[in-house]
Ligand binder design. Structure first.
Ligand code: KG4
Ligand code: ZN
Length: 346
C-alpha cells in the first residue's frame, strides 16, 4: 500500500511517500524557521501562505524521487490537527483535492499520533504495547499505547510544553528561535550543578508535568544577575535548565513504565532529538527497559510519520470512507479521543 503523507500543522511543510512493504520511498521537507526567526516565533498567517507556496512543489519532488506517478497512490493521509487552523487547512485542501481527483481514501491524522508512531519507522521497531513520552513544542504527554488508536493518557503538562520552555528559555538567553537545539548546545559549555534550578513536580506522585515555573526560574535568575551576565554564566544557566527538565522527564517516564508494567519506552516529538535527554534515558534504561526514538531527521515535524499513521490505520480498518470529500480540521484535538473510527467528517 502506497500512502502519501502531508504535514502542515505549524512551521514545516512535510510531504512523503510511504510504502507499507518497502518503507519510506521519498520524504521532502520545507522548514519555515528562517522566515519566522525575525519574529521570535511562528506567525500563523505567514505560515499558512508559505505552506501554500511550498506544498505542491514538494509533492512533485517526492513523486519524482520515488519514481512513481500520482495514480500509484493508494491513500492520502494529512494532519487534521492539532495545530494552526490556516496551516492545517492548506494540507487538508490539497489532500482532499487530490483524493477526489484520484478517487482514493483521505485520512485525517492526529499530529501526535504521527509523532508517537514515528519510532516504528526504524529497522527494528518496538512491538505494542509501549509507553510513549511525547515531547514537542506544543505537548508533553505520557501515553500508554496498546495498539494503533488505543491510547490512554497517563500524564501531561499542566502548563507549558517542554519544547515551549526550551524556546522561551532560549529567548531569555538571547538565542535564536527555535530555541531547543540552541539551549542544548549552550548547555554543553555549562558546568553541571553551578546553577541549580527547581525540578517541577518531581515528587508530585502522579505523571503530570509543569514547565512554566522552570522558565520563570530562568527569568528570575537573569533578572538578578543583570544585563551583563557573562557567557559562562549563561552556559551554566542553560545547563541548569536542561538538567532540571531532563531529570523530570526521565523520572516520570521511568515511573510510567513501572506503573504500567511495560518495558518499552518510545520517545517522540521535537525534543526527542535532544541528546542530553537521550543520554539520561539511556543510562536509566540499563537492563530494565528498551528505549526507541525516531531517526534524528524524523523527530521534528515531517510527512513520513503522517503517511505511516495513515497506512497503519487503514491496515487495521480504523477508517471509514469519506465519499463526499468534504472536510474540517481540528486545531484543538485531544489524542485520547482518536481511539474510535476517526471518520474525517465526525
Ligand atoms: O515536534 P515539533 O517539531 O513540533 C511540534 O509539534 O511542536 O517540536 C518542536 C520543538 C521546539 O520547541 C524545539 O525547540 C524543540 O522541539 N526541539 C528541541 C531540540 N530539537 C527540537 N528541544 C531540545 N533539544 C533539541 N535538540
Ligand atoms: Zn510536532
Amino acid at each position: 500500500m502506497l500512502v502519501l503523507g502531508i504535514e502542515s500543522s505549524c512551521d514545516e511543510t512535510g510531504i512523503a511517500l510511504y510504502d507499507s512493504e518497502l518503507g519510506i520511498l521519498a520524504n521532502a521537507l520545507h522548514s519555515q524557521i528562517a522566515m519566522h526567526r525575525d519574529y521570535g516565533g511562528v506567525v500563523p498567517e505567514l505560515a499558512s501562505r508559505d505552506h501554500i507556496q511550498h506544498a505542491l512543489p514538494l509533492l512533485k519532488k517526492v513523486l519524482q524521487q520515488a519514481g512513481v506517478s500520482r495514480t500509484a497512490i493508494d491513500a492520502i493521509a494529512f494532519t487534521r490537527g492539532p495545530g494552526l487552523a490556516g496551516a492545517l487547512l492548506v494540507g487538508a485542501s490539497i489532500a482532499h483535492g487530490l483524493g477526489l481527483a484520484l478517487r482514493k481514501p483521505v485520512i485525517g491524522i492526529h499530529h501526535l499520533e504521527g509523532h508517537l508512531l514515528s519510532p516504528l519507522l526504524v529497522p527494528r521497531p518496538p512491538s505494542f504495547p509501549f509507553v510513549a513520552l511525547l515531547v514537542s513544542g506544543g505537548h508533553t504527554q505520557l501515553m500508554h499505547v496498546a495498539d494503533v488508536g488505543i491510547y490512554q493518557t497517563l500524564g501531561e503538562t499542566l502548563d507549558d510544553a517542554v519544547g515551549e520552555a526550551f524556546d522561551k528559555t532560549a529567548k531569555l538567553l538571547g538565542l535564536h528561535y527555535p530555541g531547543g537545539p540552541e539551549v542544548s548546545r549552550l548547555a554543553e559549555f555549562g558546568i553541571s550543578g553551578a546553577v541549580k534550578l527547581p525540578r517541577p513536580m518531581l515528587h508530585s506522585g502522579d505523571l503530570n508535568f509543569s514547565f512554566s515555573g522552570l522558565k520563570t526560574a530562568v527569568f528570575m535568575y537573569l533578572s538578578r544577575s543583570g544585563p551583563h551576565t557573562c557567557e559562562q554564566e549563561k552556559a551554566n544557566l542553560a545547563r541548569g535548565f536542561v538538567d532540571a527538565a531532563v531529570e523530570v522527564l526521565t523520572a516520570k517516564a521511568v515511573s510510567a513504565l513501572k506503573r504500567t508494567g511495560v518495558n518499552r519506552l518510545v520517545v517522540a516529538g521535537g525534543v526527542s532529538a535532544n541528546h542530553q535527554l537521550r543520554k539520561a534515558l539511556c543510562s536509566a534504561a540499563e537492563c530494565s527497559f528498551d528505549v526507541y526514538y525516531p531517526e534524528i531527521t524524523l523527530c521534528t515535524d515531517n510527512g513520513a510519520m503522517i503517511a505511516l499513521a495513515g497506512a497503519m490505520r487503514l491496515q487495521r480498518n480504523l477508517e471509514v470512507a469519506n465519499t463526499s470529500y468534504a472536510f474540517t480540521v481540528k486545531p484543538r484535538w485531544d489524542l485520547s479521543t482518536v481511539n474510535n473510527l476517526s471518520g474525517t467528517l465526525e
